[in-house]
Design a protein around this ligand. Structure first.
Ligand code: ASP
Length: 596
């Protein structure tokens, strides 16, 4: 090794030792006669002192050193002189008196400072990712990710799971996105598809008798990129045989609680994880991935709203819509202009509008007078109505009620965005709390208006809930429940899974509802359907996303900060310049012609 110690690990106990250090010049300061170099390696930074009297040769070389040069330094660890300690540095009470320095490489001036808050634009950081990753926070994220994955591997190995790799070059494995295709040179006109997930492969492994499988799997989905999505991402993919939903949920809860305690002990987790059915989640929070760090549950007040002559309400109700809202604690004294601002926020999230009732004062509802209650303009109702509304929704004097009108689906969407906004802006979302919950009993199908057909809510391999199988022939498919479940946390979906169908007949029935012909079923899923005829055991699994989880643990909003070489929002790799055109020769070999 070219080094005998790590810069950031030196402490007072190392005083009088003679380590060899190697790393990058973080900063060089010339203090008239003495040169200080902050030397950085992945463990941190230590101050190195070059004294012309003690080591004239090294001092001379140190004069030339510049940021990001790669050097090896031999020296002696000593206590810093009195009053020069730096309490902000882990190595702040010691320094290394240099005897010798070897320059291994010089560096151009980096395009941004290698420091915690470089302030550099993300595109520049991605273009020079290898420099960006030198920043301590990025290195910390990479290490955290490693710790998470290592925890998972150990946890599952201890429970007798086997890690098995599945192919990257495969056939279409639908998870609701477009496939990335790879042309085959040896089979002109034929393509591999990159797996959207190893779903069918892990199910086939259950037919193989593996019983407990996992994989840290890369998944590829060619979707229009929404914020916080990557065209390739990493999941812990997991499948078990002879299990029921409860087994998977228990295992998942144990995995996450143990992992958080091991890798991010500063984060708080509430156990047991609350469980909500999909219907409960939608009713109470307007979302199937509610942020449970704060309450603010929603109430449908269509009936009360129907007593008003407020046109927004009455016309919505007339058209089959609903009026729903939630109570914002402590915001009863908001001014007109603050309310207007909230209306703007609501509109930005797509809402048609926002009505409100503000309750000034304190005490209980019975003490309210007309002066204490302020309603949206146009919403003219007597005090008694506002009190009934407050009672139904659980509002107290001092609170505000926010209401929205529209079709159930959109109202839920708008209200949920508003709820998240209020929770965060009122500081109700504790940064150190990971509010996990399981959402269960998802619908089996959802109606795709555009395609005019039924779609799977989860994926087509998900089993119908107990007792629902007979209703697959009925005409109320939208009300069928499934054995699908999600793990959610702080407003994000972290994992989804299900108990699977394991019989050919039932699987074919579901495909048929989804609009597959016999031929297309066989063509796309023939391998799975056939395998089901050779003794497929009951099985189920889950697939926790790794990227978002690590981002949450790292306390960063962007998953790009926890991926070594991520792509931009538009799917570009700015470092390699991918995607990129290829040479005409390569295209010819693949028998591909580009239609300009
Ligand atoms: N394959 C599913 C997904 O990627 C997860 C699962 O059902 O296990 O979402």
């Amino acid at each position: 090794m070219l080094k005998s110690a790590d810069c950031g690990a030196l402490r007072e106990g190392d005083i009088d030792t003679h380590p060899v250090l190697a790393g990058w010049v973080d900063r060089r300061r010339d203090h008239g006669g003495i040169i200080f170099v902050d030397l950085r390696d992945r463990s941190g930074i230590v101050q190195v002192v070059f004294n012309p009297e003690l080591a004239p040769e090294a001092y001379k070389q140190a004069e030339a050193l510049r940021s990001e040069w790669v050097v090896q330094i031999r020296g002696k660890v000593q206590r810093r002189p009195p009053d020069t300690d730096n309490p902000l540095m882990a190595t702040g009470t010691i320094e290394v008196m240099a005897d010798e320095v070897v320059v291994h490489n010089q560096s151009l001036t980096p395009p941004f400072y290698i420091e915690e808050d470089s302030g550099a634009d993300e595109a520049l950081r991605l273009r020079y990712r290898y420099l960006d990753l030198r920043r301590p926070s990025m290195l910390r994220n990479l290490r955290l990710r490693h710790n998470v994955v290592k925890y998972i591997r150990d946890f599952l190995s201890d429970r007798d799971f086997i890690e098995i790799e599945t192919p990257i070059l495969i056939k279409s494995t639908p998870e609701g996105a477009r496939d990335f295709l790879v042309p085959s040179r040896r089979h002109p006109g034929s393509f591999y598809a990159l797996p959207q997930s190893p779903q069918q492969l892990k199910q086939l492994l259950m037919v193989s008798g593996v019983e407990r499988y996992f994989q840290i799997a890369r998944c590829f989905r060619d979707e229009d990129m929404r914020a916080d999505r990557q065209p390739e991402f990493t999941q812990l993919d997991l499948e078990m045989s002879f299990v029921e939903e409860e087994d998977i949920l228990q295992l998942t809860e144990e995995l996450y609680t143990g992992m958080v305690a091991a890798v991010s002990p500063e984060k708080r987790v509430i156990t047991p994880f609350p469980r909500l059915t999909y219907d409960e989640a939608m009713d109470r929070y307007g979302s199937d991935k509610p942020d449970l760090r704060f309450e603010m549950t929603m109430t449908d007040v269509t009936e009360l709203a129907n007593e008003t002559e407020f046109r927004v309400f009455t016309s919505t109700i007339g058209a089959g819509g609903i009026i729903k809202g939630f109570v914002v604690p402590g915001c009863g004294s908001y001014t007109q202009s603050e309310m207007r601002q909230l209306e703007e926020t609501a509109k930005e999230t797509g809402a048609a509008g926002l009505a409100h009732v503000r309750f000034r004062g304190a005490g209980d509802l019975a003490g309210l007078t007309d002066e204490d209650v302020v309603l949206s303009s146009g919403l003219r109702m007597p005090l008694e109505w506002s009190i009934r509304l407050a009672t139904k929704m659980g509002a107290k004097p001092g609170d505000a009620i926010l209401l929205m009108a529209g079709k159930p689906k959109e109202v839920n969407q708008w209200l949920s965005a508003m709820r998240s906004h209020m929770g965060k802006s009122l500081g109700m979302a504790d940064e150190n709390l990971l509010a996990f919950a399981f959402v269960t009993a998802f619908p089996l199908f959802e109606w795709d208006q555009e395609g005019n057909r039924w779609d799977s809510s989860h994926h087509p391999f998900t089993a119908p809930a107990e007792g629902e199988e007979d209703r697959l022939d009925g005409d109320d498919l939208g009300s069928l429940k499934s054995k699908a479940y999600d793990l959610v946390c702080n407003g994000s979906e972290l994992a989804s899974g299900s108990i699977r169908i394991h019989q050919r007949r039932l699987q074919e029935k579901v495909f048929q509802i989804l609009g597959y012909s016999k031929e297309s079923m066989d063509q796309q899923f023939g391998q799975l359907l056939e395998a089901f005829e050779y003794g497929a055991p009951p099985h189920g699994g889950i697939a926790p996303g790794i990227d978002r989880l690590v981002a949450m643990l790292a306390g960063t909003a962007s998953i790009r900060d926890v991926i070594a070489f991520p792509k931009t929002q538009s799917g570009n790799d700015l470092l390699f310049g991918a995607p990129a055109p290829v040479s005409p020769e390569q295209l010819k070999e693949l028998s591909i012609r580009i239609d300009e």
